[in-house]
Design a protein around this ligand. Structure first.
Ligand SMILES: C[C@@]1(CC(=O)O)c2cc3[nH]c(cc4nc(cc5[nH]c(cc(n2)[C@H]1CCC(=O)O)[C@@](C)(CC(=O)O)[C@@H]5CCC(=O)O)C(CC(=O)O)=C4CCC(=O)O)c(CCC(=O)O)c3CC(=O)O
Ligand SMILES: NC(=O)C1=CN([C@@H]2O[C@H](COP(=O)(O)OP(=O)(O)OC[C@H]3O[C@@H](n4cnc5c(N)ncnc54)[C@H](O)[C@@H]3O)[C@@H](O)[C@H]2O)C=CC1
Length: 492
């Protein structure tokens, strides 16, 4: 064994420990400046103080602390041997060296640790120059060589500490407590310690300082997988949870029910979001558009009402009234109502109008997005709506438009894919409109009928043959039309 392997022992030091004196009986003898400082330090360490000193020798501060009942027991006389009964630690600060020595000897006989202020030989332990900031304590000892210097070094250290260090320690303390509560077993100790160390290393002090109950709860969800996320992710998730909770609270406070606008997606139940599926299961009433296929409801047990009109095109004000009445009645009965729409509620689903309506009636409306067939139908037809060199933009329009007019189309651009929803009714007119805007006659197009459903059909066409193809192939709605060079991106 080589001597270089192990550290050299530098004898003559003190064993530096953090002495836990909570509820321990600490005897303080004396009533002057030094005794006062011992009282304060002991109180800060939650000790039970017995103070022995005649009233005339007490400094004003000590009188005040006695009056405030911060001193467990004050004995109004000079020290007597019996005072050591039941004492765990003795601190002597009197101006009588002979008596000091006697007290020290008695303590040592009884194995009571003792400190006689300023008499190193009578000290079983020294006091140190201390800096305190919340849970942080930094103590400096010169082992009796230079107490004043100890205070100077302490001040220098304190000045150079990063700001907010106490807050960081508090944050870490809370987090450690939570980790131990969550995963208390002895066998997890390695995981706990490793995860805590990584948090402390990877987060800055400023970040650790921001740890509060809410962020800690969010952060704990990463503990299970042993992940250490950065703080921005934690903040984002916490904010989202706050929003969700506020929304829930608002709804709870109404106690009248809840309404959720849900996008059912293109028709395949597996293409619904998890949130949408959960919402359906929690509903008391579902008011659904007729275009939503029955497969979506296969696991639903609550009442389902279908909108009187099939889709936007033949929706009358009366049918919309019916939907609204159904929903409002159920809401007033305290029910959870789902307004279910195909695709995404906000993409040609008139979801915005319904939201505004219910909000106007004093209801909080939640919205759960759905996959629009504007994006899922092209996929079904093997069309990447953007594709390097062929298309760098997507235009989504309706083939119906309000009052029989198409939406204003932009001039043809070869790098654009055009997706037309509700495309079958006016295919001939659409064809003309497109040609007018400079779309080439032979530009590849494809109808996707009943996309993402078992009866799905893919029917190719070109801009000039849209009407003809609809007629010949008997294309029915719902159908999505995709036009542009990207249509053949994967076939050529
Ligand atoms: C051994 C020790 C035993 C003990 O008391 O525990 C001891 C002994 C002695 N102190 C003396 C003098 C002074 N002590 C202070 C101050 C403090 N003294 C403290 C601790 C200790 N003092 C222990 C060693 C700790 C260490 O080495 O680190 C501090 C840090 C903690 C505390 O007491 O709470 C506290 C600062 C509190 C604060 O500000 O936070 C000052 C400065 C001032 O008062 O401003 C002076 C004058 C200047 C100077 O001498 O430096 C003398 C000479 C007496 C003489 O010559 O007659 C002796 C005896 C000797 O050296 O033989
Ligand atoms: N005040 C200071 O800044 C410093 C004091 N010292 C030393 O520390 C010791 C204490 O000094 P101070 O706190 O200033 O006190 P002090 O010297 O002002 O007064 C002594 C205190 O001890 C009490 N007392 C005396 N005999 C007692 C007994 N038998 N039982 C109970 N109480 C008794 C007195 O009533 C008085 O309250 C002294 O030895 C002093 O020389 C050392 C360095 C600095």
């Amino acid at each position: 064994m080589s001597s270089e392997e192990y550290p050299i022992i530098r004898s003559g030091g003190s064993l530096l420990l953090a002495w836990r004196t909570k509820n321990k009986n600490v005897l303080i003898v004396g009533g002057g400046e030094v005794a006062t400082s011992r009282v304060i330090k002991s109180l800060e360490a939650d000790a039970l103080i017995t103070l022995v000193c005649p009233e005339k020798g007490l400094k004003d501060e000590l009188k005040y602390r006695i009056q405030q009942k911060q001193i467990h027991k004050w004995i109004n006389r000079e020290f007597e041997n019996s005072d050591l009964e039941g004492i765990d630690m003795t601190l002597v600060a009197i101006d009588d060296p002979i008596r000091s020595k006697e007290i020290c000897v008695m303590c040592r006989e009884r194995k009571i640790p003792v400190n006689v202020a300023d008499v190193p030989l009578m000290c079983d332990f020294y006091f140190m120059a201390e800096h305190r900031d919340g849970p942080l304590q930094i103590a400096v000892s010169t082992n009796g060589q230079g107490p004043k210097l100890a205070t100077i070094i302490r001040d220098r250290l304190a000045e150079n500490l990063p700001k907010g260090i106490a807050g960081a320690i508090k944050g870490v303390g809370l987090l450690r407590q939570k980790v131990r509560e969550t995963d208390p077993s002895h066998t997890s100790s390695k995981k706990r310690m490793n995860w805590m160390s990584r948090i402390c290393q990877q987060w800055t002090l400023e970040e650790l300082q921001q740890l509060d109950e809410e962020k800690i709860t969010t952060l704990m969800s990463f503990y299970e997988n042993d992940d250490v996320p950065n703080i921005s992710l934690i903040k984002e998730r916490t904010l989202q949870k706050d929003r969700d909770e506020t929304l829930e609270k608002q709804i709870d406070s109404n106690k009248k029910g809840r309404i959720i606008l849900v996008g059912a997606g293109p028709g395949d139940p597996e293409l619904m979001t998890v949130k949408a599926t959960k919402a359906l299961m929690s509903a008391d009433l579902i008011v659904s558009d007729r275009l939503v296929p029955p497969a979506i409801f296969s696991n639903v047990t609550c009442e389902i009402r279908l909108a009187p009109a099939k889709s936007g095109e033949d929706k009358t004000p009366e049918s919309q009234d019916q939907i609204q009445t159904w929903c409002l009645d159920a809401l007033n009965e305290g029910k959870t109502v789902i307004r279910l729409k195909v695709g995404d509620p906000f993409l040609f689903g008139r979801g915005g109008e319904e939201l505004a309506y219910f909000r106007d009636k004093g209801w909080n409306v939640e919205v759960i997005p759905g996959i629009s067939s504007a994006l899922s139908a092209p996929m079904a037809a093997d069309v990447p709506v953007t594709h390097r060199g062929l298309s760098d933009q997507v235009l989504i329009i309706t083939g119906q438009g309000t009052k029989g007019r198409f939406p204003e189309l932009p001039k043809y651009h070869e790098m654009r894919t055009t997706v037309v929803l509700m495309a079958v009714g006016k295919a001939n007119e659409l064809s003309k409109e497109l040609l007018d805007k400079g779309y080439p006659e032979n530009l590849p197009s494809v109808f996707v009928e009943n996309s993402n459903r078992p009866e799905e059909r893919i029917i190719p066409a070109t801009v000039s043959t849209l009407g003809e193809v609809v007629e010949k192939q008997q294309v029915v709605s719902p159908a999505t039309l995709i036009i542009g060079r990207s249509v053949n991106a994967l076939t050529i």
